[in-house]
Design a protein around this ligand. Structure first.
Ligand SMILES: O=C(O)CCC(=O)C(=O)O
Ligand SMILES: [Fe+2]
Length: 283
């Protein structure tokens, strides 16, 4: 399988770092990320790539994991009995989406080929101004497909990994919008007061992204609170998510991984006390 079958390499020559087009793309993404932690490359996937990725996702939909517990806080973690009832750790919202996990997108799939393609990672590193990026070492959640069926929703939350790219494979006919609040917390501060305002319905800092099928979205989800609004249409919304880290060996918090994705592996057990993080933020 050639990468030119998946990505529109003519418009986005991300395998040619010396080209002027490459440099222009990198600088436009840097601008978007600096401004609000988010940037989009429209129609990044080729038509055939999009079709192939949608077929892979459709074939695995019946294996998507849906958690039993539906009420979650924004840290996708337990509440904190030592804090007031209206503290962000103790505010719970409905989450009803499911996930097709990384172990179902095995070697040989288009999604896997794209994720492990070195030029993509180098390109992402250039966009982020980092020397090198690593594949997120979490074998369950490093590459997943978020499945929001009609009437499903993904509550406000922060991500574990600093940096994610997503590909919209199938949009909802109505609802199912990606909304985010850029830089709502930072590596040194949870900014609970600002977080609380958003959870209490303040929309002044909320942005909504108009994503189209085949678009590539860059997103700094560890610091930007985000949600997917209720899918009020009649078709499924499918989004492929690939995560990368600056430090090698990062895996998710075992209880969060188990709750969201239904399983953990020996990698989570080994890393239970050593989950290499660049910060002390709540997960
Ligand atoms: O489906 C989306 O647009 C966002 C998914 C997401 O935030 C996540 O899986 O952490
Ligand atoms: Fe997220």
């Amino acid at each position: 399988m050639k990468l030119s079958e998946i990505i529109d390499l003519k418009t986005y020559p991300i395998d040619q770092p010396q080209s002027s087009q490459y440099k222009e793309i990198v600088s436009s993404i840097k601008g978007g990320l600096d401004e609000d932690g988010c940037a989009v490359l429209s129609s990044f996937l080729s038509d055939s790539g999009l079709d192939a990725l949608v077929s892979e996702a459709d074939a695995r939909k019946s294996k998507a994991y849906y958690a039993e517990s539906k009420l979650c806080n924004i840290y996708l973690a337990e509440g904190n009995p030592n804090k007031a009832d209206d503290h962000p750790q103790n505010i719970f919202m409905e989450r009803s989406n499911g996930f097709i996990t990384a172990d179902l997108l095995d070697e040989g799939t288009y999604a896997h080929t794209l994720y492990y393609w070195r030029p993509l990672r180098d390109f992402l590193a250039a966009c982020l101004g980092k020397k090198k990026l690593h594949i997120y070492a979490d074998p369950v959640s490093n590459m997943i497909i978020n499945l929001c069926k009609p009437q499903q929703t993904f509550n406000w939350h922060f991500d574990t990994n600093e940096f994610t790219i997503t590909f919209l494979l199938k949009g909802a006919d109505s609802g199912g919008h990606f909304e985010y609040v850029p830089g709502l917390r930072n590596r040194d501060d949870e900014c609970f007061d600002e977080v609380k305002k958003v959870l209490n319905g303040d929309r002044s800092r909320v942005k909504r992204l108009d994503l189209r099928e085949g678009d590539l979205q860059f997103f700094l989800g560890r610091y930007s609170l985000h949600q997917v609004t209720n899918n009020t249409g009649s078709s499924d919304r499918l989004l492929l998510i690939q995560s990368f880290t600056e430090m090698p060996g990062v895996v998710g918090n075992p209880s969060r991984v188990k709750d969201l994705y239904g399983k953990t592996t020996t990698a989570h057990k080994e890393k239970v006390n050593d989950r290499s993080r660049g910060d002390q933020l709540l997960d």
